[in-house]
Design a protein around this ligand. Structure first.
Ligand SMILES: [Zn+2]
Length: 314
């Protein structure tokens, strides 16, 4: 569709360098590089290249309507549009005047850390790669997944990559993205005067289904002023982490605290609470309940912190 987009970029060495500097697994960097060079083998590209001899034809196998360019797979197929819609990016690209993937990516790169949160570009590269992977699963293995499943899988793999990364800059930028109004500490920081901070943590044993949640409240001088724990059975770590935040809220309500910062080391739960996108089916009910419970608070925020900053028991 937009073969010219790669030509316009071919001499831009800085641009290609930014792709290789993406904080993603190499397979994802490599995919973005291929996408910018317009060599990802979509049906439309293969159909063009083989002068119509390509048996499958140029159409999108998923919606069956349009010519399946890479841009169709990643942005304009109704399936892709649904994924972008629930992703929390609130992005709905227009097909009219779309410049092609390469120039789109260049524009996006220039927004990184400005209009786009610091790790947004990395997360978007995960999303694009997963959209392509999902397309391949559909074409070659008849695998069908919903837009919600795809986004959930994307975010989980992004989260796993971030939390397994030892890169402190990367970790702190994700923290910042989820709580841009708060600093990104490398160790626990007390809240400002007039606020209370609660660290919420949940643990889950998949073999037995046993789980535990704990919350610890501290004031602006760092003194522990309250807390609670509970044990229960559940089905996933997501639910255990969400229930830990819920426990923190209920404890705060009972104590009469209504200016509270809730911290958790589960990026997925924090992201979903901040974006109000309750897309993880197993924890959606708890997350919706959390938002209802917290509504009467004078002030509240949900912040992601590294595990090291979220210790609930010293
Ligand atoms: Zn389509």
């Amino acid at each position: 569709m937009q073969a010219s987009s790669s030509n316009d970029l071919s001499s831009d060495t800085h641009f290609w360098k930014t792709i290789w500097n993406l904080k993603t697994p190499p397979k994802i960097r490599s995919f973005i590089w291929k996408a910018c060079r317009n060599i990802v083998p979509s049906n439309a590209l293969l159909f063009d290249r083989f002068h119509g001899q390509f048996k499958a034809g140029p159409k999108c196998p998923r919606c069956g309507e349009c010519s399946e360019s890479l841009e169709h797979v990643l942005f304009f197929c109704p399936f892709a549009q649904a994924v972008w819609k629930i992703s929390g990016f609130g992005y709905a690209p227009e097909i009219r005047g779309f410049p092609g993937f390469g120039l789109w990516w260049k524009k996006l790169s220039s927004l990184n850390g400005k209009g786009l949160f610091s790790d947004g570009l990395n997360l978007i590269s995960f999303l694009c790669w997963n959209l392509w992977k999902s397309r391949n699963g559909f074409v070659f293995s008849a695998m069908v997944e919903s837009p919600v499943q795809l986004w959930d899988r994307t975010f989980a793999s992004f989260e796993e990559f971030i939390s397994s990364s030892k890169n402190p800059i990367l970790s702190s930028s994700v923290r910042a993205s989820c709580s841009s109004s708060f600093p990104s500490p490398s160790s626990w920081l007390p809240p400002n005067y007039d606020f209370i901070k609660v660290n919420c943590d949940g643990a889950f044993d998949s073999a037995s289904g046993n789980a535990a949640a704990a919350c610890v409240f501290r004031d602006s001088s760092g003194h522990i002023i309250g807390g609670d724990t509970m044990v229960f059975s559940t089905s996933s770590a997501n639910v255990a982490k969400a229930l830990a935040i819920r426990l923190g809220i209920v404890t705060a309500i009972n104590a009469g605290w209504s200016r509270v910062i809730f911290e958790s080391d589960n990026l997925g739960v924090i992201f979903r609470l901040n974006s109000k996108a309750f897309i993880a089916w197993e924890s959606a009910a708890v997350e919706e309940d959390i938002m209802a419970l917290v509504e009467p608070f004078q002030s509240f925020s949900f912040c992601f912190v590294n595990r090291c900053c979220n210790k609930v028991a010293d």
